[in-house]
Ligand binder design. Sequence first.
Ligand SMILES: [Zn+2]
Length: 81
Amino acid sequence: MYCYCCNQNYAGLFSSLCDPCHKIRHLQSVYGVDRVLEVLQNVLVRDHSKQTLKIDAELKKEKVEIEKKIACIVTRSAKNS
Ligand SMILES: [Zn+2]
């Protein structure tokens, strides 16, 4: 049976999604459908040569946000102890 989402890859007998689409679905559950769509549109709707630069920029942006959250958690836990 072909994948219900991409309709290109074999999904298996007991699954409706192929492995890559399972990974996309997992990202949607972690980041939300709107955020995943926003990143895909911002990154993929570009010249191929500029996609790598945009991917690096998106990863840096995500890294900064994660580091801010971690710093906030560390500060809060230091105040509580
Ligand atoms: Zn698929």
